[in-house]
Design a protein. Structure first.
Length: 186
């Protein structure tokens, strides 16, 4: 998320800088109109999308932290991602309707255009979901590695425990050698 926010911030700064420097002493009213059009048609939908995917990412992390069976996990994932896509479509459709009302083009809706829109958004949505799941997987694995002990540390603990049992007379030398070999072979 931080990379996305950084990219958006740098992109916006460069865009506004280039527009201001290109404007010079020109038409200020035209520049303001251009800024507003750019904000309403591009930037605002990006901001809404970033907020949506931020919360979707948080829900994915929360959802994966709960214990459940494999089958229920698959069903829950399917329902979660379908509902997420539905919410994304409602948000983007509502935004498009609001823009069409403002422009006065509300009566020009076409189903073929809507299907093309779905054709563009569904693969993008699936890619974002895959990236979030991969990120969560590697984050979880990194956390397990950082928190967990290495195999050699575990072996060292077991060997020291066996040595103390041998010294205390609880294990015989033969039992110790047998168990030591088992620990070393793991």
């Amino acid at each position: 998320m931080e990379i996305l926010f950084t990219y958006l911030a740098i992109s916006k700064i460069l865009y506004w800088y280039n527009n201001v420097t290109a404007m010079g002493q020109g038409d200020i009213l035209g520049a303001v109109e251009g800024f507003l059009i750019r904000f309403v048609y591009n930037d605002l939908i990006l901001i809404i999308g970033v907020i949506f995917f931020y919360f979707l990412d948080k829900f994915i992390v929360l959802k994966k932290s709960r214990e459940r069976t494999v089958f229920m996990g698959i069903i829950e994932n399917i329902i979660f991602y379908v509902v997420g896509y539905g919410v994304l479509m409602v948000i983007s459709t509502a935004y498009s309707v609001i823009l069409a009302i403002i422009e006065g083009t509300f009566g020009q809706f076409s189903w073929s255009g809507f299907m093309v829109y779905i054709g563009y958004t569904l693969p993008a949505y699936l890619v974002v979901i895959a990236v979030f799941n991969i990120k969560d997987y590697f984050k979880k694995k990194g956390k397990e590695i950082a928190e967990g002990e290495t195999d050699s540390q575990i072996k060292d603990k077991k060997l020291s425990m066996l040595e103390s049992l041998l010294k205390d007379g609880i294990l015989t030398q033969e039992e110790f050698d047998e168990k030591r070999e088992k620990v070393l072979s793991i």
